[in-house]
Ligand binder design. Structure first.
Ligand code: NAP
Length: 283
């Protein structure tokens, strides 16, 4: 495994396992399989509804806590004020059966962002979250948060895949010491990613799948990635990306696939602001 060092001074595996859209019933088995396959970074969220199942899988794995890197995320309506953010954090911790998380992310750039961030700074200072960061922040919101608060986010987890590459934004985040993390690294299969001719051709040259090409491309860009799968075979395949290297020409060929826009949604779109602000996954 390769690691990145976060601005909080801790190491984070560059490749991990995401559990979005895995039902609570399926999650314990999926996470147990992922841990058995060798994953040590787990990415969940209060809004995914599966923190308890993640916690059960961690507990039954017997893997020492220090070997794991666990991320969870704060949902908007759980945190309209600082006290509520603290409560939401403690709820996540207790569902995960953990004493601390390695990374706590603000899931969306909405609501009382400053109040949430100050409460997150407090849990970070107390050592309950070894690092804190954000997700889905576009550059304007990220810089505003950086310049007007004490702690710079360690990570920004954003949509990043071959069709939305975010190279300029990665540079900007790098200038401020914010680690780029990809969500939807496979674009959830959109744009026929898994059969894309350019990616397929590169895979053939290395004897790998398209999925492995995409993960390798993210890793060579220094981006932390957290592919999701419920299949143990794919878990193993997605982890097996450290024994080949894409050439400069192959990296350049993938660079041409960038469309510069989201395949999902733009967090600055008023309709999305309304959609997310009304969504109450936690009741
Ligand atoms: P993704 O990883 O881009 O794609 C997952 C899809 O790819 C699943 O349908 C999976 O199918 C398939 N797949 C996985 N490995 C494969 C392989 N080797 N060959 C062929 N198909 C494969 O999508 P994602 O789950 O949206 O993103 C990953 C993680 O990012 C999430 O789990 C979550 O932790 C995080 N995330 C965060 C946010 C945010 O707002 N912060 C948003 C979305 C996601 P099977 O499961 O059937 O194998």
């Amino acid at each position: 495994m390769q690691y990145v060092t976060l601005n909080a001074g801790i190491e984070m595996p560059i490749l991990g396992f995401g559990v979005y859209q895995i039902s609570p019933e399926q999650t314990e088995q999926a996470v147990s399989d992922a841990l058995a396959a060798g994953y040590r970074l787990l990415d969940t969220a209060a809004a995914y509804g599966n923190e308890e199942a993640v916690g059960r899988a961690i507990k039954s794995s017997g893997i020492p806590r220090g070997e794991l890197f666990v991320t969870t995320k704060l949902w908007i309506q759980d945190a309209p004020a600082q006290d509520n953010t603290r409560r939401a954090f403690e709820t996540s911790l207790s569902k995960l059966h953990l004493d601390y998380v390695d990374l706590y992310l603000m899931h969306q750039p909405y609501g009382d962002v400053y109040g949430q961030w100050r409460a997150m700074e407090a849990v970070n200072r107390e050592g309950l979250a070894k690092a804190i960061g954000v997700s889905n922040f576009y550059p304007d919101r990220l810089l505003d948060l950086i310049f007007n608060n004490e702690i710079t986010p360690a990570v920004n987890q954003i949509e990043t895949h071959p069709f939305f590459q975010r190279a300029a934004y990665q540079d900007l985040m790098g200038e401020h010491g914010v680690q780029h993390q990809s969500w939807g690294g496979f674009a959830e299969g959109r744009n026929d990613l898994f059969t894309h001719p350019v990616l397929t051709e590169i895979g053939k040259a290395h004897g790998t799948s398209v999925a492995q090409v995409v993960l390798r491309w993210l890793i060579q860009r220094g981006i932390v990635t957290i592919p999701k799968t419920v299949s143990p075979d794919r878990m193993a395949q997605n982890l097996n990306v450290f024994d080949f290297e894409l050439t400069d020409d192959q990296m350049a060929a993938i660079a041409t696939l960038d469309t510069g826009t989201s395949l999902f949604f733009d967090h600055r779109d008023p309709e999305m602001v309304a959609f997310f602000s009304k969504r109450r996954p936690n009741g």
